[in-house]
Design a protein around this ligand. Structure first.
Ligand code: CU
Length: 325
C-alpha cells in the first residue's frame, strides 16, 4: 500500500467518524411511568473512533430498581450491586439494595454495526416528573473510550451537551386509567399532601362553547402549594377564574398566577367564587357524563381528576356569572 492510499484512507475514516459523532447513545423509548416497569433499551450507534466496542457500562439511577439485564449472546454480563438511597416495596417486601450498575463485557461490536443493550427494572418513588440519567461508558479494547455521562443542568437542554447520558423522562401514573367507568362518582384523588374532591360541572346548552367547573382542594401538608394550570382533552383551554365585585358589578377575572392552596387549608372552587372555565368546548357537557381534567400544582406536580356533569339548572345556578363569556 503506498502513502497516498494510506492518507486517503485515514482521511476517509476521519470524515466518517466526524459525520456520525453526532449519533449519541440513547434509549429506544425515552419516557416511562412511575410505579411501572421500564425496559431500558440502550442503542449504541457506533464504536470509538472506528474501533469496535468491547464493553458497555451503564450506571442505574436512584428510582430505577430491581433491575435485570437481558442475557446477550457473545457478551458476559456483570451486575454490580449496592445500596439504594431509599427503600422500595417489591411485592410487599422492603428492599433497600440491588443492582446499581450493569456491565456488558467481552463482546465485539464493530464500528459499522448498531446494537442494543437491555435492562428491565421498575421506576419507583417519584412524586413529580423527573428526567433520569443513566451515565454510560463505552469501551473499545484498552484504548478507545466514549463517555455518555453528561447530565443537563436545570434549565439546560440536553441538545447542548456534547456527550449526553441516555435519559428517560418519568411521568406520574395517570389516574385516568382507572376511571373508565364514567358514571362512577369521582372519589377523592390524592397527590402528595393534596386531596382533590367534589369535582363537578353542569350540563351545557346545545352549541355552548364555555362551561364552568368546580372542585375542592385540601392541603394537608405544611407548605403552601399553588394550582397553576388546568388542562382537559374536551376543551381547547381551561382557565382559572374568580368572581369579584368591581364597582358594584360582579365580574369574572382570569387568574394568570393560579390559586394558592395554603398549608393546612381547604380551597373550594365553587359557584359564585373561584372556578375553572372550560373554553372552546368541543361537545357540550351532558348530564351523567364526566369531564376529565389534569391539574398542575407548582410543587406537587400533575394529577388527573374527574368532574361529574350535573343538571343544567340546579346546583348550577352556578352558571350565573358565566353568561358573560
Ligand atoms: Cu369564568
Amino acid at each position: 500500500m503506498n502513502t497516498t492510499r494510506l492518507t486517503m484512507l485515514a482521511l476517509g475514516l476521519t470524515l466518517a467518524t466526524a459525520g456520525i459523532a453526532q449519533a449519541h447513545a440513547t434509549f429506544e423509548s425515552d419516557s416511562a411511568q412511575s410505579e411501572k416497569s421500564f425496559k431500558a433499551v440502550l442503542q449504541v450507534p457506533h464504536g470509538c473512533d472506528g474501533k469496535a466496542t468491547t464493553e458497555v457500562q451503564m450506571k442505574l439511577p436512584e428510582g430505577f430498581v430491581f433491575a435485570q439485564p437481558q442475557p446477550k449472546p457473545g457478551w458476559e454480563i456483570e451486575i454490580i450491586k449496592g445500596d439504594y438511597q431509599k427503600t422500595y416495596d417489591n411485592h410487599g417486601k422492603k428492599v433497600s439494595s440491588g443492582p446499581v450498575e450493569i456491565r456488558w463485557k467481552g463482546g465485539n461490536l464493530p464500528d459499522e454495526y448498531y446494537d442494543t443493550f437491555v435492562v428491565k427494572g421498575k421506576i419507583s418513588g417519584f412524586d413529580k416528573e423527573t428526567v433520569l440519567a443513566f451515565p454510560t461508558v463505552q469501551l473499545c479494547g484498552t484504548e478507545g473510550k466514549v463517555l455518555w455521562d453528561e447530565v443537563a443542568a436545570e434549565g439546560q437542554s440536553a441538545h447542548d451537551l456534547k456527550s449526553p447520558a441516555p435519559t428517560v423522562t418519568v411521568t406520574l401514573a395517570a389516574a385516568g386509567d382507572e376511571h373508565a367507568g364514567h358514571l362512577a362518582a369521582p372519589g377523592p384523588v390524592m397527590l402528595g399532601d393534596l386531596e382533590i374532591s367534589g369535582g363537578a360541572t353542569k350540563a351545557m346548552l346545545p352549541g355552548a362553547k364555555v362551561g364552568g367547573g368546580f372542585l375542592t382542594i385540601k392541603n394537608g401538608g405544611s407548605a403552601d402549594d399553588r394550582l397553576v394550570a388546568v388542562e382537559s382533552q374536551v376543551a381547547g383551554r381551561v382557565e382559572i377564574h374568580e368572581m369579584a365585585m368591581e364597582n358594584d358589578v360582579m365580574k369574572m377575572r382570569k387568574l394568570d398566577d393560579g390559586v394558592v392552596i395554603p398549608a393546612g387549608e381547604t380551597v373550594e372552587l365553587k359557584s359564585g367564587g373561584l372556578h375553572l372555565m372550560f373554553m372552546q368546548v368541543s361537545k357540550p357537557f351532558a348530564e351523567g357524563e364526566t369531564v376529565p381534567v389534569t391539574l398542575t400544582f407548582e410543587k406537587a406536580g400533575k394529577v388527573d381528576a374527574t368532574l361529574a356533569v350535573g343538571t343544567a339548572g340546579g346546583a348550577a345556578a352556578a352558571t350565573g356569572g358565566h353568561s358573560h363569556h
